[in-house]
Design a protein around this ligand. Structure first.
Ligand SMILES: [Zn+2]
Length: 118
């Protein structure tokens, strides 16, 4: 299994108390969107995840530690977050593949129509 890759979509500073150090200065919610990348293309999926981190005590805040207030804020931010549209970006190798396919197709058509003969 390949580990999923994510791009950071948005970072939101929260004013809530950190469940670990109780500071109101450090909580940050990060939205990430998953993408897949291979030799041929890079594709953005509509998979969205979020992570919370406190910059003051440098701790990852997992959902089990969230208070009701934090959950409400996260739910609100989730609705406000706009993911990038799903897209596929072909890499050079991907284009080469398509071009090669196209060339083969053209040759086949030319052969069938009798324009080209060996
Ligand atoms: Zn903290």
């Amino acid at each position: 299994m390949k580990t999923p890759k994510y791009i950071t979509l948005q970072e939101v500073k929260l004013n809530n108390n950190c469940p670990e150090c109780y500071s109101t200065e450090g909580l940050e919610l990060t939205f990430k969107q998953r993408f897949v990348e291979n030799a041929l293309y890079k594709a953005i999926t509509d998979d969205l995840i979020n992570e919370m981190h406190c910059k003051v005590c440098d701790t990852a805040i997992f959902p089990v530690r969230w208070t009701d207030e934090i959950e409400q804020v996260v739910a609100y931010q989730k609705r406000a977050a706009t993911p990038k549209p799903k897209s596929i970006k072909l890499k050079r190798l991907g284009w080469l593949f398509i071009l090669a396919d196209l060339l083969v197709l053209i040759v086949v058509i030319l052969l069938i129509t009798g324009v080209l003969s060996f």
